[in-house]
Each structure stands twice: as C-alpha cells, then as structure tokens.
Design a binder for this molecule. Structure first.
Ligand SMILES: CC(C)(COP(=O)(O)OP(=O)(O)OC[C@H]1O[C@@H](n2cnc3c(N)ncnc32)[C@H](O)[C@@H]1OP(=O)(O)O)[C@@H](O)C(=O)NCCC(=O)NCCS
Length: 152
C-alpha cells in the first residue's frame, strides 16, 4: 500500500534522481540539484513522498503561487512515480493526498502544466479530474504546454 508523507532533508538525493530522470539532457543532474535545493530552501514549496514499505517510490512538489494576484491557488510542479511502480494507483494516491492537504489549508484550486508531447501524463491528469484550461506557447525550450486545473 502506498503511504504519502511530507519530504524530509534525507529525501534530497532520491528526489534529485527523480527530477533528473524527468528533465533528461546532458546537464540533467546539475539542473535537478538546483531545482530540488529550491524545494528545501524556499518556503513556498511543499514536497511529498510516496512510499511503499518505507521505501520512496515517487514524489510531488507543489508551489503556493499567486497567479495574477489570485488567492488560494497552487501549482503542482513535479509529479513522479518510479517506473516499476506505475499503473498501480500510486500516482492517484499521491495526488489525492496533496489535494486533501491543500484543501485543508484553504487552497481552492490546483493547476499543473504538461508538455504537450507527454500524452501519458495528460491522460493521468484527466483521470484525476483536471480539466484543460489553456495552451502555453513555446514556454520552455520552444515546447508548448497544456495548463490543466481542478477546483478542490
Ligand atoms: C504520470 C505518473 C505520475 C502516473 O503515475 P501512476 O502511479 O502510474 O498513475 P496511476 O496508476 O494512479 O494511474 C491512474 C490513471 O491515470 C491514467 N494513466 C496513468 N498512466 C498512464 C499512461 N501511461 N497512459 C495512459 N493513461 C495513463 C490511467 O487512466 C490510470 O488508470 P488505470 O491504470 O486504471 O487505467 C507516472 O506515469 C510518472 O511518474 N510519469 C513520469 C513523470 C511524468 O510524466 N510526470 C507528470 C509530469 S506533468
């Protein structure tokens, strides 16, 4: 069974591995280290670990971000489940866990961005009740992203 908990500093290395895997490219570890250090250093980030039998199998980071001055909206920045553990419901449990936590903190809406070529992730978010809101053109390295959102 998947257990969801807040990340602790000892999780840093495993999260760097996950982020590096998602980013890819020749400088992936360097970029991942910078990203993950932000998660632990900046109070706007909340990071969660999914684990099975006390062993991490994935993570999710959420940024309390005020878009255009909006209140009570946060962004899911990264969601990752180790490939050996995919399609067993762990990603869904992770998302359900953070939705509950953020709802309890007064957050009314979560949104996330998905690279338009990541069809599997788009299917995942739609299965979690996230709805297409917009398409961001050439957001990152010339790649378009979908914005998907869900009212909590
Ligand atoms: C996206 C990701 C987090 C999903 O985690 P997961 O634990 O496999 O997800 P779940 O098992 O809870 O899947 C729930 C539902 O999402 C959909 N889904 C998940 N993976 C899918 C895939 N590869 N293709 C199509 N639909 C998929 C299905 O509807 C699935 O339900 P089903 O298995 O009963 O058909 C995982 O595949 C992952 O880490 N991918 C790499 C990183 C990534 O792309 N992250 C998202 C960036 S925006």
């Amino acid at each position: 069974m998947t257990h969801i908990r807040k990340a602790i500093p000892e999780d840093r290395q495993v999260i760097i591995k996950y982020v590096s895997d998602m980013i890819g490219g020749s400088d992936q570890v360097e970029v991942a280290v910078k990203e993950v250090d932000k998660f632990f250093q900046q109070s706007c980030y909340s990071v969660y670990i999914a684990e099975v039998d006390s062993i991490p199998i994935g993570f999710e980071s959420v940024k309390n971000d005020s878009i255009e001055g909006a209140d009570a909206v946060s962004e899911i920045v990264f969601t990752y489940i180790d490939d050996k553990h995919r399609r067993k419901g762990a990603g869904s449990e992770l998302v359900r866990g953070i939705e509950l936590d953020f709802k309890n903190q007064g957050i009314q809406k979560l949104y996330t961005k998905v690279n338009i070529s990541n069809i599997r992730a788009a299917c995942f978010w739609i299965s979690q009740g996230y709805q297409f809101e917009s398409r961001l053109l050439r957001l990152n390295q010339g790649i378009d992203y979908y914005v998907l959102g869900k009212e909590l």
